[in-house]
Design a binder for this molecule. Sequence first.
Ligand SMILES: Cc1ncc(C[n+]2csc(CCOP(=O)(O)OP(=O)(O)O)c2C)c(N)n1
Ligand SMILES: [Mg+2]
Length: 552
Amino acid sequence: MNRITGRSAFLALLKDEGITHLFGNPGTTELPIMHALAEHPDLTFVLGLQEALVVAMADGFSRASGKLVACNVHVAPGLGNAMGSLYNAKFTGTPMILTAGQQEQGHGLTEPLLYHPLVPMAEPLVKWAVEVTRLEDLPRIVRRAAKVAMTPPTGPVFISLPGDILNAEAGIDLGSSTRVDTRTRPADAVLDALARRILAAERPVIVAGDEIVKSDALEAAADFAAALGAPAYQQSAPYGAHFLSEHVCYMRALPRDQRQVRDLLSKFDLLIVLGGDPVRMSVWSEVEPLPDGLPVVHIGLLDWDMGKNFAAEMAVRAEVRETLLALTPLLKKRGGVPLAAKAKAALAHLAKSNWTAKRAQLAERIEGCGAASPIDPDWLSLQIAKALPPDAVLVNEGLTSARHLTDLVPYRDRYGYHGLASGGIGWGLPAAVGAALAQAPRPVVCVSGDGSAMYSIQALWTAANAKLPITFIIANNGGYRIIKQRLKAFHGSDRYIGMDFADPNIDFAALARSLGVPAERIVEPGALPGALKQAFAGAGPILLDVVVDGSV
Ligand SMILES: Cc1ncc(C[n+]2csc(CCOP(=O)(O)OP(=O)(O)O)c2C)c(N)n1
Ligand SMILES: [Mg+2]
């Protein structure tokens, strides 16, 4: 058997598991890996200038490709820096192998600088956390980590890599990869029961969740909705392209306001959840988002979400796409002519108030705000929607300024849209870097709030270094507008202490240039359409610092 070092075996194992990019930020404990990279030129190292960015870049790569990703951070402080991004990755079930170098076994016991046990740090946010204690175990651990990360519920895993393991050499068998095929459909009897239950409803409503993206079910979900003539709403955490926006059945994302959701859903007599948590909320309310007694049918692989907060009359653990491919023909067969006629009438009705109809009304209303100065943020969204290249991947952490962005830009493909999911900001800029690497040569447009951008502005350097086709658009309102809005709404106070950063003003264009990204500040509305057009036509990264209205 060929002898191999732990460090080289580790990289060889990652590559064999499908990894093409290693996102990282190195320190002394990662030197073995950095050393071995020279022997693996087919693995691209992507340098992030802080660990929170490293993990967010990897997260963006996976979200824009569905692939397993790998990232490496620097011992305890680096893992600590990465925790917010790891939380985001956990939230979206991103299949990720996160590793960190660790002090040599035994040396750690003497408590050197940078040392802290890593497994207990990572453990709360990952599916599996482990430290390698023998070189012979490395293949088994990496293989298992990849399998665990990729098996639904997908999610991050963590491996601690002590220096002595990485630098040891042995004759070890690298083994081979395992993937669990979860393209399951329900048993015939369950499909039959599903069809009967759904056909018994007079007014069913669909809530489309993230498993539609994960299982590649956009077309299948659209066909299912059309067969029923049922409106489809996106789950209340609308962070992906969870339904085809321009499909006649698509309405919009459910709001994250308990009372509004309750009112909206009270018109229906059956809630059909397609993979996801339909009504994940943000702030507390005394109102429950689901109307009392609304029956729920939930289909998906993530049984944790089923009946999690509201009982499901039917909870079926099966893949969304496979289930719908079997269920829709069954519904059509059982429903026959009456169902087809009912669906036809319902679709005609939906067309009057669906996403497409609302988009036209909204665009017309926002068009009228074009003269406003400072630039109206809704108008900024409209201009982006108008100028966006059709194949662009949109990454959205625009918060209040982007409130209408996905009411104006349609979801057209499963990897074309990625929004902030968990609420942990600072994800957008680095995620755009990862998305651009994953989807090359598709152009990426990243819309970010100014506050959010300042959590991870160093991502611009990586975009410049890798010459990525990203247009960063900073909605610059000089503060944390959403926090101000909430202080006013929930506390009745307009004393916004600690929510402005207009003094001194942050010069995003200068900041971008200093990190190697050409940039322009846009103040006048008249300059915006041309600047967007030019930016979207360009090849490299560019940043537009757009001064927008931040009034509360
Ligand atoms: C990691 C993290 N820190 C702090 C917050 C709290 N927070 C939520 S939104 C926000 C302000 C965002 O400001 P900006 O990106 O400028 O968007 P705006 O509200 O101005 O539209 C803050 C500080 C958070 N959600 N996540
Ligand atoms: Mg702001």
